[in-house]
Design a protein around this ligand. Sequence first.
Ligand SMILES: *[C@@H]1O[C@H](CO)[C@@H](O)[C@H](O)[C@H]1NC(C)=O
Length: 334
Amino acid sequence: RGRLLWLYSSLCFMCQSCILSPDHQGKLKYLLEPLAHADIVARRGENATLPCILRTRPSNYKVKWTKLQPQHAGQENIIMISNAHAFKRYGLLGPRASLPKAHTMDASLRLRGLELEDGGMYRCELVNGIEDENVVVTLRIEGVVFPYMSKNGRYRFTFREATEACARQDGALASYDQLYRAWTEGLDWCNAGWLLDGTVHYPIVNPRPACGGELLPGIRGYGPKDKNHDRFDAFCFTSQTSGSVSYVSGSFSFEQAGHACRRQGGELALVGHLYSAWRFQSYDRCDGGWLRDGSVRFPISSPREHCGGIPEAGVRSFGFPNEMTHLYGAYCYK
Ligand SMILES: *[C@@H]1O[C@H](CO)[C@@H](O)[C@H](O)[C@H]1NC(C)=O
């Protein structure tokens, strides 16, 4: 019903736009100006509709949807080209794209089964050969950013290794925007990590001498670094998962923890799985447990004194303890 209301109000808006106050009249003739600050927000696995509504229909036109790639300027990433009668899909996103055509003026694009990398800017372009017009819609994947460090210690990843490390934890290297948002939500981390654009940053909420001194709170930057030779940690991004995380209590070595999960029909959870459960299910458990990468962590949604003693919510880490001599429970993913 929400969608119908949205549709109804956008149709009304279209009929009235010519008689509304001047600030409702954009510079566009054929396309409806998108609402300001109206990013589309959805989680991994969900479907999203990127709105693009015609105000007037030229007699002969095409609509072209592309994903903008600021990193690869000059490369056009076409998803869909359509006219009043037909459409054709292109590229990697094409197979998951469709045109809902909720009404005759609707040129919106629907993306199915969203993936972590789908966030970004999309352009809806009306091509009629004379006065081409376009609007840009931003899709934001709702998720969580987590710092990730190698088992071998601090600052061990090249850019490529950081990308792979995030993927192995059910994540993707975070963008600057994702890190920025995480910082506004309280992420404070004293080690620098790679971001998707090849820069290295770290977010500080509480400035302190040990973390770059008493500068203002914010995202501290090391600027662009040599992707092949410089080594840092990683900031990974993940979102909703299709499975669920549960805890098996016990005193397990790392290997025994793996068996404990398999007995329950699952396997040890990845770091991304635990962060996702913490972020989207408010998962809260005051017990350290093994994860598949050999780290021991626990998720805290309601901070309390005897649970790590840190006043903020978060996923706490015991690092990578000795896999044979240290005994913990297990976080399983099914
Ligand atoms: C997404 O759309 C598909 C059909 O295209 C549908 O089967 C599925 O249930 C939808 N998923 C969600 C989360 O709404």
